[in-house]
Design a binder for this molecule. Structure first.
Ligand SMILES: NC(=O)c1ccc[n+]([C@@H]2O[C@H](COP(=O)([O-])OP(=O)(O)OC[C@H]3O[C@@H](n4cnc5c(N)ncnc54)[C@H](O)[C@@H]3O)[C@@H](O)[C@H]2O)c1
Length: 415
């Protein structure tokens, strides 16, 4: 099937972005070299749905260098970059995605990607896996397995698996240490503030930032807000995470109390309606709201749009909503992932690690898929360790090695 993109003439700008990523992704560059010789994906079709910007595009090129036939779509209507999509098509990959697709177009792009009959699926948030199971089950016998990138996708997979509905093995890429410890924490931490800063052009120092959710992403977001000089409030539902936030020096309170105080709000929970009508009602005039969780349900946008007496685009990617009580609430990127809808996503060096895990997990599936008995599997420890060792080498750092005596000590119980 022909690709569906906005404009092939944008390819040149996309190629430049991908080239920049390549320069800064040491692990993926090495894998590209290795794969172009060993061709681990020869004869295999890979369907991929990941936020379609330059780092993802480079992952696609690495997999293609390994012999895969690539069919690519985005993972959110506002995170696809049309020039990057054009560059991939220019390089001979099949792409179905454009920026700002309608819900119908977005769904049709996923369907048209899958129609190619994948052997391997690479998913970010579970849209491919969900469509295969719900609408295209005839594709299942051909599928060796897949990899899931993010926390929210894994929650969906775990629910499917519990219900006995998951029909091929999926690797929980997010659960690898080399993924969530760095991508979710340092990647989200930096890129969320990049998105907010470049979109609002406002000062963060001296302001009050409310971070909803103190998981891996929330920790990074709060840490970087503090670094920018903000006073940070955390909201949580998990008492242990709440204590962690207190010990890390942040204030903790329910959202409705925090709503009265915050200048900036970032939701990053994976849950829905974390900020709702009761919270909007007590917010300060000019409050800025954004979301970094996978789906755009964390801020109750439907209600905000319904109760607003006026809505106005304040600046590119900033919608203002005037409440009946007179305050203006400002929402960035329509409540979609702010770091991707209003920025370029995580730094390249971070995605280098996450996507090295993806590429090596896909290779693992090709090599071991038929032996797998479980439907949900973790990234093999040797893959995680391999990525960490390679990364450390590129960082120019060495570490100690256990002596035989130390190894014996650590493995004995009669000390
Ligand atoms: N923006 C990005 O680039 C990016 C990157 C990685 C993950 N994600 C997404 O971000 C979300 C969070 O991921 P994570 O890895 O931090 O997950 P996590 O499970 O480590 O953390 C989520 C936290 O939110 C808390 N929480 C849940 N419901 C809540 C509520 N109603 N109010 C307050 N806190 C609540 C949980 O207790 C938990 O501590 C997911 O949707 C994930 O897919 C986004």
């Amino acid at each position: 099937m022909a690709s569906e993109i906005r404009d092939i003439n944008l390819a040149e700008s996309g190629h430049r972005k991908i080239e920049w990523v390549k320069r800064n992704c040491d692990l993926l560059r090495t894998l590209e070299e290795e794969f172009s010789v060993s061709k681990p994906f020869a004869g295999k079709k890979i369907c991929l749905s990941v936020h379609l910007e330059a780092k993802t595009a480079y992952l696609c090129k690495v997999l293609k260098a390994g012999g895969a036939e690539m069919f690519v779509t985005g993972s959110n209507p506002l995170s696809t970059q049309d020039d990057v999509a054009a560059a991939l098509v220019d390089d001979g990959l099949e792409v179905h995605a454009w920026y700002n697709s309608t819900p119908e177009e977005y769904e049709s792009h996923i369907r048209n990607t899958l129609k190619n009959g994948p052997h391997i699926i690479i998913d970010d948030g579970g849209d491919l896996v969900s469509m295969v199971h719900n609408e295209m089950p005839d594709l299942i016998p051909n599928i060796i397995g897949g990899c899931e990138e993010t926390t929210t996708g894994i929650i969906r997979l775990e629910a499917m698996n519990k219900a006995g509905a998951l029909r091929f093995p999926m690797v929980r890429v997010n659960n690898a240490d080399c993924k969530h410890l760095f991508d979710n924490r340092y990647g989200t931490g930096q890129s969320v503030w990049d998105g907010i800063n470049r979109t609002t052009n406002l000062i963060v120092a001296g302001k009050i930032v409310v971070v909803a959710g103190y998981g891996w992403c929330g920790k990074g977001t709060a840490m970087r807000a503090k670094g920018l000089g903000a006073r940070v409030i955390v909201t949580e539902i998990d008492p242990i995470k709440a204590i962690e936030a207190v010990m890390d020096g942040f204030d903790v309170m329910p959202m409705n109390d925090a709503a009265k105080l915050g200048d900036f709000f970032v939701t990053v929970t994976g849950c829905e309606k974390v900020i709702d009508e009761e919270d909007f009602a007590v917010m300060k005039d000019g409050a800025i709201l954004c979301n970094a969780g996978h789906f755009d349900c964390e801020i109750d946008m439907a209600t905000l749009r319904k109760i607003a007496v006026e809505a106005r685009e304040m600046r590119n990617n900033i919608m203002g909503y005037k409440l009946p009580t007179g305050q203006w609430i400002h929402v960035l990127g329509e409540g979609r992932l702010v770091n991707l809808a209003c920025g370029d996503g995580h730094p390249a060096e971070i995605m280098d690690m996450s996507f090295a895990i993806q590429a090596l997990s896909a290779k693992y599936l090709v090599e071991h898929g038929s032996e797998l008995t479980e439907k949900l599997i973790d990234v093999p420890l040797e893959v995680d360790q391999d990525v960490a060792r390679r990364k450390l080498k590129f960082l120019g750092k060495e570490i100690d090695v256990l002596t035989p005596e130390q190894e014996k000590y650590l493995n004995s119980y009669n000390l």
